[in-house]
Design a protein around this ligand. Structure first.
Ligand code: OAD
Length: 245
């Protein structure tokens, strides 16, 4: 079945807004994390050099919340898993989020471009390992055995996001690009819509409010991701998503 002009691979970029209804704080806005913490202190390599304990504690708190049993995937995450399962071609979620809610919601094809809370990175040997408890400077790396080099496996400001070559290939080949719950403040993710658009993909923004890069999208759906995204997925899967005019 040809889906109203949408056939071929789909890429979905997600940001903090998709996890907001699961109880995870977004970064910007009056209740955002960056109102309470300085980016320079907790999300840069220089901040980690200056005060590793502060940075470890910041991510330990986030990891603890994620594993507390109070945070679950919401209908937005689940709808993307449904899309991946039922759509006729490849569906890839490229997420800026460091939580594991896409995987727990059922998505299999997920790229964490900004790293993962449940992973630690050894600054000495580059090994990445799964971590479920608190991380501290007294911990040692399972791969090289050295102590004091394990840091949160998070891509901080000034560092290169993961899997960029793979992401740009996917964007160049996709037929539909959807951005969900991201404010468009952080490059390179904020530029993905342009790459996909130049390749001829249709582009849709799903967000609570217009993002900084709203003008680059062809279509917009504003509201709570947990409501708007399942409706959009239903349209795509049933072929009722409006054809390009
Ligand atoms: P932001 O906090 O910048 O933006 C979240 C967006 O989600 C905002 O535009 C909100 O309006 C929207 N939003 C909030 N609740 C929503 C809901 N229920 N449904 C739909 N949309 C909702 O988060 P990101 O754009 O993800 O990087 O931030 C990008 C990066 O900046 C993060 O990955 C992080 C941060 O600094 C690093 O830490 C490296």
């Amino acid at each position: 079945m040809n889906i109203q002009g949408i056939s071929g691979p789909i890429v979905i970029l997600t940001g903090a807004g998709i996890s907001a209804e699961s109880g995870i704080q977004t970064f910007r806005g009056e209740d955002g994390l960056w109102e309470e913490h300085r980016i320079e202190d907790v999300a840069t390599p220089e901040g980690f050099e200056r005060n590793p304990e502060l940075v470890q504690n910041f991510y330990n708190e986030r990891r603890c919340q994620l594993l507390s049993g109070t945070v679950d995937p919401n209908p937005a995450h689940e709808s993307l898993a449904r899309l991946e399962k039922e759509y006729s071609d490849a569906v890839t979620v490229v997420t800026q989020n460091i939580d594991n809610l896409h995987e727990r919601g059922g998505s299999k094809n997920v790229i964490h471009m900004h790293g993962e809370l449940l992973s630690a990175l050894c600054r000495f040997c580059g090994a990445r390992c799964r971590i479920e408890g608190d991380l501290g400077m007294q911990d040692s790396c399972d791969s090289c055995g050295r102590t004091g080099g394990l840091r949160p496996d998070i891509v901080w400001f000034g560092e290169m996001p993961y899997c960029m070559d793979e992401i740009y290939s996917l964007l160049a080949e996709c037929s539909l690009f959807i951005a969900v719950g991201t404010s468009g403040n952080v490059y390179p993710a904020s530029g993905f819509v342009d790459v996909a658009g130049r390749s001829g993909a249709r582009t849709i923004e799903v967000n609570l409010e217009p993002s900084l890069v709203k003008n680059r999208f062809e279509d917009h759906r504003y509201g709570m991701a947990g409501t708007v995204l399942p409706e959009l997925v239903e349209e795509i899967l049933t072929g009722t998503y409006p054809a390009r005019t």
